[in-house]
Write a protein that binds this ligand. Structure first.
Ligand code: SF4
Length: 224
């Protein structure tokens, strides 16, 4: 039987809600729309820093645009905490302000790692390499900066395999000695809520995953 990662997360959150101090969480985020629900959900339980490490977004203009949207969302959430105005949100007054840590943009590293896998369909081996690259870097950054745990927004996508992501996250956690927070954020209407929040904040919702190969296969059919 497959583990229920959503329930595992709920159990951990229950324990955290009984503790005196909120733990720190380094949250790898792929983009503002995916992080919208995850931040709304988790900001009551953790002191969150968003980790923006996405070398898989091979076009620099797309990378910058998504990063700008992420910052805009975080600013909006932080304003809610400052003003204690959570109108239309599921968050309560326990919500914490959110920080951001930007990693250097190194698409060459991604392209090198996926060499030979360019023609894999989305969801195949290229994505496994891509997930591992981003989660290992997140674990490394979490350990280096003394975070209590780390996780990723990626499990919110119905196109991404949550079991695979959680297994990769667990391996990265063992490698770097920092706990991984299990998740399946699409569950409990998480994906639906991310669409509502994206609308509410007028976020840019891209129509391809990130790499030039996903753009080729889903948007324009161009050669890359
Ligand atoms: S399709 Fe998405 S997850 Fe897969 S390799 Fe490209 S950017 Fe990474």
């Amino acid at each position: 039987m497959k583990p229920n990662y959503s329930r595992m997360l709920e159990q951990k959150l229950q324990k955290i809600s009984e503790a005196k101090e909120k733990p720190t969480l380094l949250l790898h985020s792929c983009c503002a729309p995916c992080s919208s629900y995850v931040l709304e959900y988790l900001r009551e339980y953790f002191k969150i820093t968003v980790f923006y490490y996405n070398p898989n977004i091979t076009a620099s203009s797309e990378y910058e645009y998504r990063l700008g949207e992420e910052k805009r969302l975080i600013e909006a959430y932080n304003r809610q905490v400052e003003t204690q105005d959570f109108t239309g949100m599921h968050s309560t007054q326990n919500a914490e302000k959110i920080g951001i840590l930007e990693a250097p943009y190194d698409p060459e590293r991604y392209l090198e790692a996926v060499k030979g896998y360019e023609d894999c369909p989305e969801g195949g081996d290229r994505c496994g390499i891509c997930f591992a690259m981003r989660l290992r870097e997140s674990a490394r950054a979490a350990a280096q900066n003394g975070f209590d745990c780390f996780t990723t927004t990626l499990t919110i996508s119905p196109l991404k395999n949550a079991s695979r992501l959680n297994e990769i996250g667990e391996r990265a956690a063992l490698e770097y000695g920092v706990p991984f927070l299990p998740s399946d954020f699409k569950k409990k209407n998480g994906y639906k809520r991310s669409i509502e929040l994206s609308r509410a904040f007028s976020l840019y919702r891209q129509n391809f995953c990130g790499c030039a190969f996903s753009r080729r296969d889903t948007v324009d059919g161009s050669s890359v």
